[in-house]
Design a protein around this ligand. Structure first.
Ligand code: MSP
Length: 672
């Protein structure tokens, strides 16, 4: 039936409202959002659904604990989810609540239909019940009185209930997955499902007596019972399409089959119960189920009892929408578990967002404004493809492909390769040098156009991940915002006829280790440009770390004098110093004072450090020398070379004298 529908119907799990949202909920929803936004940019009609799972024993018990009627309780929790999605810029097209009449009615219709078909029967049940998971288990499943899924104690239960003939469809499901293994991702999850299907499937108990669980959808044929919460919840994926069309059939034909993004803990319900239920209703199985991994915190499972649950609202309060979204999807491979740490988050923000992306935009727009104050940097005439275009064609299609393949971290890594390429292009082509030669004005205009066009394409590909940032970038380039974009109309190189840029606000402020924004004061004082007399970097606004020896004054400052700030111990502790060994030293072209050093500080790659010591040390004399490096200074670009640290040196009468450890110290030894 709907196999050929052009619609991309995408769902997240519907979240239990027995508690407030945590980072795991945000993860699933943001990932789905990136997918939905990418598909929209691809020109596909998208229907993106999320919502809340409001029935069941756990929700009912939470309501009891709060002394509230269940409906009132869920109504009170609901805004926490809705507001979170708004703050995370989640672009869902619909929001389903399982207490909505459209859903309740749909579930009752399905129940009646299955009852009429003979797929639901009444039987008696005696066995083990896991309350937190709301699932029944057999003697075989339960080991040492614990739930095989969540390892919490189970209780013995005996009651009359209604059962869904799940076992009937087991062989069909196995052959379905044999024929369509690509419908469960990642591949390892399919093995898990097939393993589960090796054992005979029991029938599924789909009711709960109201005497035990009074909060749920009443069975149309047995008013003393409510529907099992999972049976109720899974059906949201079709009750919504049924309610959005001109008729249930039309709605289903348009949207179904859907793509489900879920966490690995709810794979069995989605990959076994759900397709079987659909089969019983003569509906095709889902197009795809992708089960992602879990977030741990500093290597530990996230749990309330450990008190280490990461609150997405607190992250948003501190870091904002886009930095939070970026971290969620950049940090780990979707499908694998991933670890949360504040340090990793701050590093990502400072390195990837503030330095790589933020500096690129500020450098290029500042140069465009300076060298073309009237604007109008035209598209260069015809000719051969230039390198920025080549690189864009090479890298950017992969960003889309990786995203639709759920490889979000790879997509972002590839996009950042392009950002790094653009930063290198600035360094290599040095527009500020071209600007000094009137004969090079065409080349200057061409380089800046290419860089701006490259940045525009970064914004386009960034739009699904960081929508606010993409809009800020496009605004600085005076281009239409993300709402009007598509890959087809905006994905080519040379789309913009001429650029007139606007001074843009900084995209991401740098943060200290605690996550606090580094104040402008601190930023300015650490990013003073070098006193290079031949400094060509007027149009360059990239922060410039003072090279060693550059900022020291001849007479030692006195801590008592009012202009010398006094540091608190906490402030001093933020400074990271380490020993390093200089591996390479070369002059920075066109500079009398600067040397470009490659300094091994015990990391995977040596750091590039630009130091103003050429007057005191011939480059070859430095190789193999031990030095002291400030390692957590914001990178700065000096004469087109980005410096990732600073060497300590004393000012002496004839220049500078590098500080060096008094005994052998390995590279990377911390200094206290
Ligand atoms: N209500 C059911 C889903 C019904 S869908 C028809 C449910 N809700 S839930 O609120 O408990 O969880 C929903 C999602 O959050 C799941 O996809 C789950 O994997 C995810 N996460 C819960 N904890 C998580 C982490 N620590 N890390 C990542 N995601 C995790 O299950």
């Amino acid at each position: 039936m709907a196999e050929h529908s052009p619609w991309f119907y995408l769902t997240t799990p519907i979240y239990y409202v027995n508690d407030i949202p945590h980072i795991g909920h945000a993860y699933t929803t943001v990932a789905a959002d990136v997918l939905a936004r990418t598909r929209r940019l691809m020109g596909e009609p998208v229907f993106f659904l999320t919502g809340t799972d409001e029935h069941g024993q756990k929700v009912w018990q939470s309501a009891e604990r709060h002394g509230l009627a269940p409906q009132l309780y869920v109504d009170r929790i609901l805004p926490r989810f809705r507001e979170l999605w708004e703050r995370l810029a989640v672009s869902n097209d619909d929001f389903v609540r399982t207490t909505q009449p459209r859903h309740v009615q749909g579930v009752r219709e399905v129940l009646s239909l299955l009852r009429e078909k003979g797929d639901i029967y009444e039987g008696s049940y005696e066995g083990w019940y896991c309350l937190p998971d709301e699932r029944f288990w057999t003697d075989k499943d339960v080991v040492e009185g614990l739930c095989p899924e969540c390892r919490r104690p189970v209780e013995r239960i005996s009651e009359t209930n209604y059962f869904f003939r799940m076992g009937r469809y087991q062989d069909w499901l196995v052959s379905h997955y044999e024929a369509h293994p690509e419908t469960i991702r990642p591949e390892s999850r399919l093995n898990e499902v097939m393993g589960f299907l090796r054992k005979p499937l029991g029938d599924l108990c789909i009711s709960r007596p109201k005497s035990r669980v009074p909060w749920g959808i009443e069975l149309p044929f047995a008013p003393d019972y409510v529907t099992y919460v999972w049976f109720d919840a899974l059906l949201n994926y079709i009750t919504v399409p049924r309610s959005t069309g001109s008729s249930p059939e039309e709605g289903m034909a348009r949207l179904w089959p859907g793509t489900h993004v879920i966490g690995k803990d709810i794979l069995t319900t989605h990959a076994v119960y759900w397709p079987i239920l659909l089969r019983a209703l003569d509906l095709p199985p889902p197009r795809l189920i992708f089960a992602h991994g879990w977030w741990t915190v500093d290597g530990q499972k996230m749990s309330k009892s450990r008190g280490n649950v990461v609150d997405p609202v607190a992250l948003l309060d501190t870091f904002g929408t886009d930095a939070t979204r970026y971290f969620l999807l950049r940090e780990g491979q979707f499908g694998q578990d991933v670890d949360f740490s504040r340090e990793a988050l701050v590093n990502r923000i400072n390195r990837d967002l503030a330095n790589d992306l933020g500096n690129l935009l500020s450098r290029v727009t500042a140069m465009a404004l300076r060298f073309f104050p009237e604007g109008g940097i035209p598209r260069p005439e015809g000719g051969e493809r230039r390198e920025v275009e080549e690189e864009a064609l090479q890298l950017l299609p992969e960003v889309r492909e990786r995203t639709v393949g759920f490889e979000f971290h790879r997509a972002l890594a590839v996009l950042w390769e392009f950002v790094a390429f653009l930063n290198r292009t600035v360094d290599i082509r040095a527009p500020w040098v071209l600007a000094r030669d009137p004969e090079k004005s065409a080349e200057l205009s061409e380089v800046l156009y290419d860089l701006l066009e490259g940045i525009r394409l970064v914004a386009l590909h960034l739009a699904p991940f960081l929508p606010e940032t993409a809009d800020k970038i496009l605004e600085a380039l005076d281009c239409p915002g993300t709402g009007t974009l598509s890959y087809a109309s905006h994905g080519g190189f040379g789309v913009v006829a001429a650029y007139t840029v606007r001074p843009g606000a900084a995209l991401f402020p740098r943060r200290d280790a605690s996550g606090a924004i580094l104040s402008e004061e601190t930023e300015k004082s650490t990013r003073k440009p070098p006193k290079e007399s031949s400094s060509p970097s007027k149009g360059e606004t990239a922060p410039a770390t003072p090279p060693a020896g550059d900022s020291a004054s001849a007479s030692p400052p006195s801590a008592a004098s009012p202009e010398v700030p006094v540091l608190t111990y906490e402030e001093f502790q933020k400074l990271r110093l380490a020993t390093g060994i200089i591996r390479e030293a070369v002059p920075v072209p066109k500079s009398k004072k600067l040397l470009k050093l490659s300094v091994d500080i015990g990391e995977a790659m040596p750091r590039t450090v630009v130091a103003g010591i050429a007057g005191s040390y011939p480059p070859e004399s430095l190789v193999g020398k031990s030095v002291v490096v400030v390692t957590n200074l914001a990178p700065a670009t000096l004469m087109g070379v980005t410096s990732q640290g600073m060497l300590l040196a004393a000012t002496v009468s004839d220049g500078v004298s590098l500080l060096t450890p008094d005994r052998d110290a390995p590279p990377g030894a911390g200094i206290r």
